[in-house]
Design a binder for this molecule. Structure first.
Ligand code: HGY
Ligand code: MN
Ligand code: MN
Length: 435
C-alpha cells in the first residue's frame, strides 16, 4: 500500500539534539552526561516533558529506565518497542544513543499526524546508563530490565568514589519503585533500535541504512598490578618493582594479541589507567586498568581473553609484580531477528534508501533486549566512523533517513486498528488537527 511520505521534520530532531547536548558536564562541542549526574537528571526531566507533550503515557522503573507509551487499539497485545540511551561517555559527542531516542519521538509524532491507529501499543524506552562510565557496568538499565542484573547486585553497587547506586536512585526520585519488579513483563513483540553506526563502513560503502544482523560479544576485565612504590631518584633500577612499567608492557601485549588474531572483528582496548602514588618523582607502587575486549565470535573472544591473561601473568612474574584479574562482564553476542532485518531492508528499499546488512561491533541495549524479544537495529552513517568523541556527527538527512525507515517499520509492526483516516486521526490535546 503506497503511503504518502511521512512529514518528518529533521530540523526538529536536530534542534532537540542540540538542546539535549546542552545538558553536559563538559563545555561544547563535547558532551559528558554520566548516570544520575545533574546534567543527566536535567536531561531526563526535559525529555520526559517532550514525551508528555506528545501525549505519551510515561513511567519509570526502579533503576531509572524511562518508558513512553502510545497506547494501541488493543492494549493487551505485546507492544512494539524502540528507543536507546541518552547518557554519554566523558568528552564525547551528541549523537550516540540520542538519535535513537529523539528519532523514535519524531517517528511517533509523524505516525500520529499521518493518522495511524496502531493495533499494538508502541513504546519508546530510554535505558538508564548504557555507558559503563559510573559503575563500570555496560547497559545497566537493559541488563536490569532483562533480568541480567539482580536486585542484590544493584543494592551493593558503588562507584569509584564509594557512592552507592541506591543513594543515587533515591536522589533521582526513584526510591518508591521496587528493585524486585524490574524484569520486563509482558515481553515486547519486537524491539527496534535506531543508532549511529559508530564505525566507517556505511560511509565507505555509500549506504544510507545499515540493517544489523548481529551484535558483537563484549567483555570487560579489571586488572591490577601491585609492586613497590619508591623515590624516583634513590630507588635503584635493579631494586624496582615498578607497577606502571609492568602495566605499560601489559597494554602493549593486549594490543598485540588482538592484532595477531588478524580478524577485523577482534578488538581489544585499554582506555583508562589509575596509578598510585601518581607523582612525577615517585616509582608507581600500583596500577590498574580496564580491558574492553570484543568479537562477533564468542569462542575466539574466549581464546583471546585466555591468551591476554597468560601474557600479563608472564610479565608480572618476570617483574615480580602481583597481578589480579577480575571479570567485570563477559556477554554473548546477539543475533537480530531475520524477519525484522528483512523488514528494515524492505522499508529502506521502498523508501528509496540504499541499505546493507552488517554487524555491530559496538554493543547496545538491544544486546540484552534480545534475551526477551526479537530485536533488530537500524544504523545510519557517522562521519569518518568517529564516535565517543566530540567529532561524532551524522547529518540531518542521514538522521532523517534512519527515522523514515524506523517509522515505516513501526507502522508495519504495530499493525492497524481502524484503517487510518486523516480526518479522524488521533489528534492529541493541544495539537493542530491534520489538514
Ligand atoms: O561501548 C559501546 O559499544 C557503546 O557505544 N556504549
Ligand atoms: Mn556509546
Ligand atoms: Mn550507544
Amino acid at each position: 500500500m503506497d503511503q504518502a511520505p511521512l512529514p518528518i521534520r529533521s530540523e526538529r530532531i536536530v534542534e532537540h539534539l542540540a538542546k539535549l547536548a546542552t545538558f553536559s558536564s563538559s563545555p561544547p562541542p563535547e558532551v559528558t552526561r554520566v548516570l544520575f549526574s545533574a546534567p543527566d537528571l536535567a536531561a531526563r526531566e526535559w525529555l520526559q516533558a517532550r514525551f508528555v507533550e506528545e501525549g505519551l503515557t510515561v513511567r519509570h522503573d526502579a533503576v531509572g529506565n524511562l518508558f513512553a507509551r502510545w497506547i494501541g487499539e488493543d492494549p493487551e497485545l505485546p507492544a512494539v518497542a524502540t528507543g536507546s540511551h541518552i547518557d554519554a561517555v566523558p568528552h564525547s559527542g551528541r549523537f550516540d544513543g540520542t538519535v535513537g531516542v529523539l528519532g523514535a519521538l519524531e517517528a511517533f509524532r509523524v505516525l500520529r499526524e499521518s493518522g495511524l491507529n496502531p493495533k499494538r501499543s508502541l513504546e519508546i524506552v530510554v535505558f538508564t546508563a548504557e555507558e559503563p562510565t559510573r559503575f563500570g557496568i555496560s547497559c545497566l538499565g537493559s541488563r536490569a530490565l532483562t533480568g541480567k542484573l539482580a536486585p542484590q547486585d544493584l543494592e551493593v553497587l558503588r562507584d569509584e568514589a564509594g557512592v552507592s547506586f541506591d543513594s543515587l536512585r533515591v536522589g533521582a526520585g526513584l526510591a518508591h519503585l521496587p528493585l524486585d519488579a524490574l524484569v520486563l513483563s509482558p515481553r515486547y513483540a519486537a524491539f527496534l533500535e535506531l543508532h549511529i553506526e559508530q564505525g566507517p563502513l556505511l560511509e565507505r560503502e555509500g549506504a544510507a541504512i545499515g540493517a544489523v544482523e548481529a551484535i558483537a560479544a563484549p567483555a570487560a576485565y579489571r586488572v591490577r598490578w601491585q609492586g613497590a612504590a619508591g623515590h624516583a631518584g634513590t630507588m635503584l633500577m635493579s631494586d624496582r618493582r615498578d607497577a606502571l612499567a609492568g602495566a605499560a608492557e601489559g597494554i602493549l601485549a593486549i594490543e598485540r594479541a588482538a592484532v595477531e588474531w588478524g580478524t577485523i572483528d577482534t578488538v581489544a582496548t585499554v582506555g583508562q589507567i589509575a596509578v598510585l602514588p601518581g607523582a612525577l618523582n615517585a616509582v608507581a607502587g600500583s596500577a590498574s586498568f580496564g580491558i574492553d575486549l570484543r568479537d562477533i565470535d564468542l569462542k575466539r573472544r574466549e581464546a583471546v581473553s585466555i591468551q591476554i591473561r597468560e601474557a600479563l601473568e608472564r610479565i608480572a612474574r618476570r617483574r615480580s609484580l602481583e597481578l589480579t584479574w577480575e571479570v567485570v562482564y563477559e556477554d554473548p553476542p546477539a543475533s537480530c531477528d531475520p524477519g525484522l532485518v528483512a523488514q528494515i531492508l524492505e522499508s529502506a528499499d521502498r523508501l528509496g534508501f540504499g541499505a546493507m546488512r552488517m554487524i555491530s561491533r559496538a554493543y547496545h541495549d538491544s544486546l540484552f533486549l534480545a534475551l526477551r524479544c526479537p530485536i533488530a537495529m537500524i544504523f545510519i552513517p557517522c562521519r569518518d566512523g568517529r564516535s565517543h568523541c566530540p567529532e561524532e556527527y551524522s547529518s540531518p538527512s542521514q538522521i532523517e533517513a534512519g527515522v523514515r525507515v524506523l517509522a515505516d517499520c513501526l507502522r508495519v509492526l504495530a499493525g492497524y486498528g481502524k484503517s487510518p483516516d486523516p480526518a479522524t486521526a488521533t489528534v492529541l490535546p493541544g495539537r493542530v488537527r491534520p489538514r
